[in-house]
Design a protein around this ligand. Structure first.
Ligand code: SF4
Ligand code: SF4
Length: 202
């Protein structure tokens, strides 16, 4: 079972709900894990600390266009859904705007001229810690000031422990959720709407 604890804003009690769920599960000896996906400001570890077991860096692949090899066909510009490519064919100017790039890989796929190479940019780190006998804590932490797009490769599959239950995660829309990509495959969502009102959906 996978439970996502989410909200539309900060301060509604996501950490309170998820840490308590996790703590109760751990007290009952349930094999589970808690992921703190609020990568801009992870704070679960302030309430439940574990012993660090593994750290993995998360990178975005940023395309770079070589103007010498570019034929200015405009294919990459057409393929980019994020307006991340500045394309001025009449001035024979083309370049990727890294802050708008979402690491989708479409431009590299589109370019037949071999003018695009991808360069890794560090986005943050995912840490896994052991808590108790059969429980794990996973935390995403973004680099300060960085923008985190939906990366092609998330470390979460490899960081997910071999546990029976992916107990809960905590995130809100403004956070750098894609660092952990927690929204996939949840079997229950718990929306923490205000300090006093929560809704669960399955
Ligand atoms: S990787 Fe995707 S978002 Fe980034 S520049 Fe290429 S097409 Fe645009
Ligand atoms: S697809 Fe390749 S050759 Fe065409 S404009 Fe983009 S970088 Fe240049």
């Amino acid at each position: 079972m996978k439970i996502a604890i989410a909200s539309g804003k900060g301060g509604t009690g996501k950490t309170f709900v998820s840490t308590n769920l996790f703590w109760v599960a751990s007290q009952k000896g349930i094999d589970c894990a808690l992921a703190d996906c609020d990568a801009e400001e992870p704070n679960v570890a302030e309430f439940i600390a574990g012993e660090e077991e593994r750290v993995e860096e998360v990178y975005q692949q940023v395309p770079v266009i070589d103007p010498e090899r570019c034929s200015f066909c405009g294919k990459c510009y057409e393929y980019c859904s994020y307006n991340a490519i500045l394309y001025l064919p009449e001035k024979r100017m083309i370049q990727v705007l890294p802050d708008l790039c979402h690491d989708c890989g479409a431009c590299s796929y589109a370019c037949q001229a071999g003018a695009i190479t991808e360069h890794p940019k560090l986005l943050g780190r995912v840490t896994r810690a052991v808590y108790g006998a059969a429980q794990h804590l996973v935390e995403g932490r973004a680099e300060v000031g960085g923008f985190i797009p939906l990366c092609r490769s998330s470390p979460i599959p490899s960081m997910r422990p071999a546990t029976g239950s992916w107990c809960s995660s905590t995130h809100h829309p403004a956070s750098h959720v894609p660092l952990l990509q927690p929204s996939t495959g949840q079997t229950m969502w718990c929306w923490s709407l205000s300090p006093r009102h929560s809704v669960c959906t399955t």
